[in-house]
Design a protein around this ligand. Structure first.
Ligand code: CP
Length: 324
């Protein structure tokens, strides 16, 4: 167990050691147990987390805010659009100033080519830990919650196969951050990671290289697949979700045209039947129901989406309790 985490940023799990991530999971399980027992755990009394959002959220906002209250602290919700950021507040000023009011600063900024750089610029100017609530590259708390859910349902993840797959959606060009964080984290925990997507929906080459290296170091596997059905074959965990083709085109209309060619990529009962008989279905949510996944799958017995959403709360509380 690693105990020297006070003051640390969490922008990507790649910047935390395996031991440190094991500590987060250990504490997340403990905090989940304590909450279930009704045991008070006010570990952050009088501390304040600022949550700065450049992009909408349901789960992330609600779970960080609830988590801070349960830890005895307070979370302040700040929407970038209603601040002076549009009128000139720089990342450096945000880091300096919010860093002086608060004990932690969590940021969601998903703009392509901008979000991660913004978060890092704030971090460089801030005296407090910076937590990445999702940028265009990473969604570390989602991946940690997903790993916690897999461990809860399946035990030791080593040797299990997870299919991180693209699926069709119409709602919006979803960021690459969830699949990228998944392939980075699950390879480190010994899972055989299968990344399935049409050729136009590739992830960032440097992230693919890191996942490959993680798999080499951990003795796990990392394979690419371009066939939706084959991706499901014998998988223990299936995670079909949509993301945008930002690396192929910057034009939203072209991107919608490319995506429409793969309308048949929907997670349905037939695809689930290809996976291991006990395979679990995960999705970070929100999902495009009837387009990305059928109601029968997402509401079915193999779906763990509500436990997965709940576990956001516990992993975030663990990281806040360790770092703030
Ligand atoms: N999964 C997730 O991050 O949900 P929100 O976008 O609602 O926060």
């Amino acid at each position: 167990m690693q105990t020297k985490l006070r003051g640390r940023d969490l922008i990507t799990t790649q910047e935390w050691s395996k031991d440190e991530l094991d500590t987060v999971l250990d504490i997340a399980f403990d905090l989940k147990r304590r909450r279930a027992l009704g045991e008070p755990h006010a570990l952050l009394r009088d501390k304040v987390l600022a949550m700065l959002f450049f992009f909408s959220s349901t789960r992330t906002r609600a779970s960080f805010e609830a988590g801070m209250a349960q830890l005895g602290g307070h979370a302040q919700f700040i929407e970038a659009a209603s601040t002076q950021i549009a009128h000139g507040d720089t990342a450096k000023e945000i880091g300096e100033i919010l860093g002086r009011y608060n004990d932690g600063l969590a940021i969601r900024h998903c703009d392509w080519g901008v979000g991660n750089g913004y978060i890092r610029d704030v971090a460089a100017a801030s005296r407090i830990p910076i937590l990445n609530m999702q940028c265009e590259q990473y969604h570390p708390f989602q991946a940690l919650a997903d790993l916690m859910t897999i461990i809860e349902r399946k035990g030791n993840p080593r040797g299990l196969t997870i299919n991180v797959s693209w699926a069709y959606a119409q709602s919006y060009q979803k960021p690459l951050s969830v699949p990228q964080s998944l392939i980075l984290l699950m390879t480190r925990f010994g899972m055989n990671v299968r990344l399935t997507h049409p050729p136009e929906f590739t992830l960032q080459p440097e992230i693919l290289a890191q996942a490959e290296e993680n798999a080499r170091v951990a003795g796990s596997g990392f394979e690419l697949c371009e066939d939706f059905d084959k991706g499901f074959l014998d998988a223990d965990v299936v995670y079909p979700k949509s993301w945008g083709c930002m690396l192929t085109t910057a034009d939203p209309e072209e991107s919608a045209r490319i995506g429409a060619a793969y309308e048949s990529w929907i997670a349905d009962e037939g695809r689930m039947a290809l996976a291991h008989q006990d395979a679990m279905y995960l999705h970070c949510l929100p999902a495009d129901r009837g387009i990305e996944v059928t109601d029968g799958v997402i509401d079915g017995p193999r779906s763990a989406v509500f436990d997965e959403a709940e576990n956001r709360l516990h992993v975030q509380k663990a990281v806040m309790a360790l770092t703030l």
